[in-house]
Design a protein around this ligand. Structure first.
Ligand SMILES: [Zn+2]
Length: 355
């Protein structure tokens, strides 16, 4: 066995060099499996990095370990910017564990917690304690702000309950009414932290990438009705793990993503109605799920019950089936706008040409 080790090691090194060469000028994204929370890591061609959310607090730092492993795979020795979409435990819980394990430059958030949110506040207290050390830069971002994330052309589409007036990155302000809004009513205002989510739109190589945290359908409506302020989107990190409080048909059909990644867990999210809405949306080429959707009849935080396994995407597009955990989905966007998506379980890569 010994004799094979140097050969295997050098092959591995060559593979790393080859992949690093192929990634030059690319935007790389890893949707880290944090079991129904969110942790999405973006690395710009400059090597600067942006992590959206930090997963859960539990499990001896399991999620922080997974984020650090993904960061190292992407060649990082620190994360420049950590954006926290909102103050729920599946997004902010992992902050202290991550800070213990890996250098972080700055934190971005939406500001004050909404007082009507009934959930545990200890995760926010832990985050505030970390900020109080003075070791990190800290920015509160408003809707419509350019994101203070070096290396990224990004705008905050929503924050602290508001949505942007217009897209400051667009060549002109959109004014035409969105015909898809006819006969659609705005849902009741969400009064919890989900609706406060700091949502982001990143531009790269002529493509648009949206990650809106757990932004709810009422704010989604304000983003696309009466005017679609986002326009069409190429890559969507599906809001709220695929829970049906988000991803309303008017939102999904208006932004019409070509590729979507759903960060659901084995027992959370991936509502049947959301999977069906995304798969039927007008420009959809591929939906990936981090996990097989919970089985039919499972308790789920959404409004509608799970309706069975036929509502999942094919297994080739699912990173974790019943026997796996911790497999990620990795996306590379080349300078020419080609998207490559790799299922971390199978290693299979699919390519999506620019449109
Ligand atoms: Zn969440």
């Amino acid at each position: 066995m010994k004799i094979f080790r140097p050969i295997a090691a050098s092959c591995f090194a060559l593979a790393l060099v080859a992949s690093a060469f192929g990634q030059k000028n690319s935007l790389r994204i890893t949707a880290v499996d944090v079991e129904g929370g969110q942790a999405t890591l973006f690395v710009a061609p400059t090597g600067q990095s942006l992590l959206i959310d930090t997963g859960w607090d539990k499990n001896n730092g399991r999620d922080a370990d997974r984020i650090v492993a993904a960061a190292k795979m992407m060649g990082l020795s620190r994360i420049d910017t950590v954006l926290l979409t909102h103050y729920h435990d599946d997004h902010i819980g992992g902050v202290p564990q991550l800070a213990e394990r890996f250098p972080i430059g700055a934190f971005l958030d939406h500001g004050e917690r909404i007082s009507s949110d009934p959930n545990d506040t200890s995760f926010l207290a832990n985050y505030r304690k970390l900020l109080a050390t003075g070791k990190y830069k800290h920015f509160v971002v408003k809707a419509g702000d350019k994101l203070p994330a070096p290396g990224f052309d990004a705008v905050a589409i929503s924050s602290n309950g508001a949505v942007m007036d217009h897209d400051p990155g667009a060549s002109s302000v959109r004014k035409a009414p969105n015909p898809l809004c006819a006969n659609v009513k705005q849902p009741a205002t969400d009064t919890q932290e989900n609706g406060q989510s700091l949502g982001t739109m990143i531009r790269f190589a002529g493509l648009k990438i949206v990650d809106a945290g757990d932004l709810t359908s009422d704010r989604e409506y304000s983003l696309v009705c009466p005017v679609n302020k986002l326009g069409q989107v190429d890559l969507l990190i599906v809001s709220h793990h695929g829970v049906d409080w988000s991803s309303s048909p008017v939102f999904i059909n208006s932004i019409a993503p070509r590729v979507a990644i759903m960060d659901n867990g084995a027992h959370k999210g991936a509502s049947t109605s959301v999977i069906d809405t995304i798969r039927k949306s007008p420009r959809m080429e591929a939906l990936y799920q981090l996990h097989l959707a919970p089985p039919a009849g499972s308790p789920n935080p959404g409004k509608t019950p799970q309706q069975g396994p036929e509502h999942n995407v094919p297994e080739a597009f699912i990173a974790n089936t019943s026997g796996t955990d911790g497999k990620n989905v990795v996306i590379t966007i080349s300078a020419d706008g080609t998207m490559q998506v790799t299922n971390g379980r199978t290693g299979d890569t699919k390519q999506f040409a620019r449109k």
